[in-house]
Design a protein around this ligand. Sequence first.
Ligand SMILES: NC(=O)c1ccc[n+]([C@@H]2O[C@H](COP(=O)([O-])OP(=O)(O)OC[C@H]3O[C@@H](n4cnc5c(N)ncnc54)[C@H](O)[C@@H]3O)[C@@H](O)[C@H]2O)c1
Ligand SMILES: [Fe+2]
Length: 390
Amino acid sequence: MPVKMFDCWPKRVVSYPGAIKDLGEIVKGMGKNRVIVFTDSVMKDFPLITNVINDLKNQGLNASLFADIGPNPVVDMVHKAVDYMKQEEPDIIVAIGGGSPMDAAKAANVVYTHGGHVTEYDIAIGGITKITPKLLPMIAIPTTAGTGSEVTYVGVITDTEKQVKFGVLSPLLLADVAILDAEVTATMPPKLTAYTGLDALTHCIESYTAITGFPPADAFALHGIRMIARSLRTAVKDGNNLKAREDMLVASMMGGTAFSLNGLGACHAMAHQLSAFFNTPHGLANAMLLTRVMRFNMSSNPQKFADIAEAMGADIKGLTVEQAAEKAIEMVQQLCDEFEVPKYLDDIGATKDEIPALVERAMMDNPITTNPRPVSAEDVTKLFEESFKN
Ligand SMILES: NC(=O)c1ccc[n+]([C@@H]2O[C@H](COP(=O)([O-])OP(=O)(O)OC[C@H]3O[C@@H](n4cnc5c(N)ncnc54)[C@H](O)[C@@H]3O)[C@@H](O)[C@H]2O)c1
Ligand SMILES: [Fe+2]
């Protein structure tokens, strides 16, 4: 049975260009003054981060920085962060970056306040029951428009020993404040914009079609698809177009909310394994699998796929529901082709001999439980096999 969690709405979302400048006021309004900022090892040298630290200090707040985090954050990074937190004794966490620093911050928050090893909080072994309200408050500021982690209740961490991505998950992990500032996403280069945007699209599509079907989540997902369809191309081509950047950031937040409520599907369950085995960027891993999984799932609810086609701007007048549903796959494939997403897993260095291990882990990954069509290990094997050229 999938976990149904209809209490996973964002707590507070602040959304306007330049909003990051109000971070200090927001922290003070929460009655906190020892801020630890989490970011990644590349972004730490961006003026954005230097300015945030200086601003916080100029406002009389105590600000420290932890930036030893990379893409697909691993267990060791979380424990290094916890050691640093023990030294700095923060009373609030501010995570600035893509999904990786936001997720590492969530996991570090759990271990810092509850003790033990981060793998003990894996949802697959009942970690959710060990997470209590003694967590530190958290403010999340996404600099990519993709994961929606600023409004989700999960931190995704890679266990390099077991070669698996696992979720530290609890409704208590929802950030207290999500600050959406389109200006901070404008530095994303085109490929990163495209891949993270396709992650947001995957969240919207998988949550809209998930078996859970909670109507408010469906509404967020479908409108998220509309916004992505109208703005992702512009955001990729013209990174300084703030309107497109803002659309993408809001759509990503809506996708995150939608999947917190409805869950995801087989595409994410499979994509997580590509990242764990081959360090594939998360958005790219989803994009390479998305249309194959959509085709597999289409028969479960063709109307929903027809809705997706319409939301993406397809002219479905006069078409049968099945023909319209087919258009959804065409539209998504067209986007992936325009962004030059590699078609086959061979192209990203994946190897066929790993398929049994990828399948085994995908079948244990939480998102598989909300896939709209029952999915067996044989089905996942076939989907992976079809994704290789040779
Ligand atoms: N918690 C969730 O709900 C959730 C949902 C989906 C994915 N994830 C996880 O999130 C991670 C992926 O996050 P991501 O796709 O945001 O990428 P990321 O955080 O891994 O960042 C990728 C790269 O982009 C750079 N970057 C980030 N913002 C930038 C900016 N504004 N300008 C220039 N460069 C920038 C980073 O420095 C990094 O090198 C994966 O580990 C994935 O599993 C989590
Ligand atoms: Fe994702």
